[in-house]
Write a new protein. Structure first.
Length: 461
């Protein structure tokens, strides 16, 4: 009986979890984070939250069991290392980029890091060397850190501004510093492993040499730099400064509690996808669908970014679906997808802000005009029809609806000029028309038949 009761309770719990999962899925589709759901709508998912808490309490033990490393084993290992270094008169320095990557061991690792070398345990324990640790943590992790751990921290350095548990990277705020970061990788990819290894050997031998830069000897340097730009003598191809900014701004700022606007995000979501398929440049298929990572915001992707007028121009001028998609991607990132005009900049035509040479470099057809667009004429003034017959004086006034009151903070639009409608065409004949009518009447009289009057005279009708 007890076993059957347990099965019944388990089935009932499964049904409740399934019902709650439908509601959770609906929230997740609207980009709600797990922590936000638990804080603001936790009363709707009591069974799911209880299950998650139970699993989290056992998570560290489970991970340590899989790895074969226990909390006590980690402490013993670190102590042995520090004792050995103390005998040699050395100290231990640990540089950890992100302690959250030590999931399952992070709590035990913090215990190891905060152990003070001056503290003495048992009388027979050997002294340990000093430990200096530089540890990176996210704002959300730091906020949950226990107070006794925080008291052991000697220095705190914030590398950005934290908002809702996320932190931007101060060194990536400026467009110039982002380009400087990216061109080092662009130059390294072009140089290749062989040239980089040779340069490394020269550096190790004590020679001061610059990293290899294939742009220095490139026969197309002038054309490439003029079209795509350069940073410190390194070409930005296949990017431009504008395109790289567009790619960066497309990165998600909050993707399940993580931000992509980091150096790692630039490498994984921008540089890697664009550089891993160099054959696409020669095959004329770049920019392909692979350049749009899952790390991009939906509203910044090429299927949604173009304004309707620009989308219509692409559809009207390009027949092949693959080429349409390629054009949309180019206009989304290398151009300005909110424009659809042709301009002349420094003697070169541009369409939607992208110069014609970029179209040619990617093998895309020019869909702009053959000359710069003429400035659009101002909108015609609004014409308000006026009644042909004016209302009689003293008539009942017309009922008018009260003017709508604007919402607070809503800017008032300037009133359009009201132009009186032109008067209707003249309804009375002019002098020339009167003369023509008079002549027609006269002709009619002369042509009319005569009738004999009773008194013998004639009269005409």
């Amino acid at each position: 009986m007890r076993g059957q009761a347990s099965i019944a309770h388990s089935q009932d719990l499964a049904r409740r979890l399934e019902r709650e999962s439908d509601s959770i899925r609906a929230y997740r589709d609207q980009q709600w984070l797990a922590d936000e759901l638990a804080d603001e709508h936790g009363d709707q998912f009591p069974n799911s939250i209880a299950l998650i808490n139970a699993l989290n309490l056992r998570r560290n033990d489970a991970i340590q069991n899989v790895l074969g490393v226990s909390a006590q084993g980690l402490k013993t290992l670190f102590r042995q290392v520090r004792e050995a270094l103390a005998d040699r008169g050395q100290r231990l320095v640990l540089l950890l980029e992100d302690i959250t990557s030590w999931e399952g061991l992070d709590d035990s690792l913090i215990d190891v890091l905060v152990f003070n070398a001056a503290a003495r345990g048992e009388a027979d324990e050997k002294p340990v060397c000093p430990l200096i640790s530089v540890v990176g943590v996210t704002p959300a992790y730091y906020d949950k850190l226990q107070g006794n751990y925080r008291q052991r921290i000697t220095h705190e350095i914030r590398l950005g501004h934290a908002t809702d548990g996320l932190q931007d990277v101060a060194t990536l705020r400026a467009s110039e510093t982002r380009r400087q970061f990216a061109v080092r990788y662009l130059s390294a990819v072009r140089a290749g492993p062989g040239a980089l290894n040779e340069w490394l050997e020269e550096v190790r031998s004590g020679r001061e040499v610059s990293p290899p830069n294939r742009c220095d000897a490139c026969p197309r340097q002038d054309t490439c730099f003029a079209t795509f730009g350069e940073e410190a003598g390194v070409g930005l191809f296949p990017f431009t400064d504008h395109a790289f900014d567009r790619f960066y701004e497309a990165l998600k700022e909050n993707d399940n509690g993580q931000t992509w606007k980091t150096p790692r995000g630039i490498l994984q979501a921008i540089l890697n996808p664009n550089l891993l398929q160099p054959e696409s440049l020669g095959a004329g298929t770049y920019p392909g669908s692979f350049i749009e990572s899952d790390a991009f915001r939906a509203d910044r992707r090429s299927d949604l970014a173009l304004v309707p007028r620009l989308e219509q121009i692409v559809d009207n001028q390009i027949d092949a679906p693959a080429e349409r998609s390629r054009m949309r991607r180019m206009l989304t990132y290398w151009a300005n997808p909110t424009r659809a005009d042709t301009e002349s900049v420094d003697g070169e035509l541009t369409f939607a802000g992208a110069c014609r040479s970029i179209f040619e470099a990617f093998g895309l057809p020019w869909i702009g005009g053959n000359a710069a667009d003429i400035s659009a004429a101002p909108c015609a003034p609004l014409i308000v029809p006026q009644p042909i017959i004016a209302p009689t004086p003293g008539g009942e006034p017309e009922e008018t609806e009260p003017a709508a009151t604007p919402r607070p903070g809503t800017p008032l639009r300037p009133a359009r000029p009201v132009v009186t409608a032109p008067k209707p065409k003249r309804l009375m004949p002019n002098k020339n028309e009167l003369e023509q009518l008079r002549e027609q009447i006269g002709l009619g009289r002369r042509a009319a038949p005569s009738k004999m009057a009773p008194n013998g005279t004639t009269s005409s009708t």
